[in-house]
Design a protein around this ligand. Sequence first.
Ligand SMILES: C[S@@+](CC[C@H](N)C(=O)[O-])C[C@H]1O[C@@H](n2cnc3c(N)ncnc32)[C@H](O)[C@@H]1O
Length: 250
Amino acid sequence: MAEEFPMTGGDGPNSYAKNSNAAAKAADGAKAMLVAAIFENLDIETLQSRPATFRIADLGCSVGPNTFIQVDNIIDAVSQKYHKKSKVQSAGELPEFQVYFSDLVSNDFNYLFATLPRDRQYFTAGVPGSFHGRLFPEASLNFVYSAYALHWLSKIPDELRDINSPAFNKGRILYGNAPYEVGQAYSAQYAKDIKSFFHARGQELAPGGLMLLLIPGRPHGTLPAQNSLAPYFQPLESTLADMVNEASRT
Ligand SMILES: C[S@@+](CC[C@H](N)C(=O)[O-])C[C@H]1O[C@@H](n2cnc3c(N)ncnc32)[C@H](O)[C@@H]1O
């Protein structure tokens, strides 16, 4: 990725740590699905015999608290599944958990590590790099989680900046109210990116592993302008347009 746009680090008033309620609420709303998916689909029988290591990766984790809350939810659900399925009697018989916190290199990993929960029941490691490529060795992950990150594209589609293209997106930062071609250009880029993502994860997931992805979207039959992130970005778009107009008047 040529350019990176990390979440604001640290714990200041504008930091992601203090401004990530929307993602937290969405993850909380999906918690029941996460637990059900683990109960129904995670194949613990094919894990190596005990003592096994259960490896979890959060891709696009940013900083806490969201990633820590979801990692706890995942570990709780996996532990419950072990208790139920393999008649594990005590915590000592559970696999050891290793959690990989992964994000772009410009993410504030220092703050992430400094705020790791003190009472965590897992080993940790930071993995810098883009999830559009390989990040882990073959068949090394048992659970891949990614929330509110996969709508990030690896690049702005070239056509959006090409004055001769019907997808030239002058004056806008969104596709919502833009010509059809703009949405198509984003869509084509997304198709390429998600293909690379799945290709990499296909190699990294161990047999019996599971992947859970939370991606903002919009219901079928709604217009692009009705996507769930539009209310956040439309005011930003008009503010930026005002600033450009003001600058060009001075
Ligand atoms: C809105 S934050 C979501 C953070 C966290 N998952 C949550 O739910 O609160 C999106 C994160 O995705 C990361 N991200 C974007 N593109 C990425 C890529 N290609 N590879 C890895 N991380 C990426 C960003 O750096 C950012 O930290």
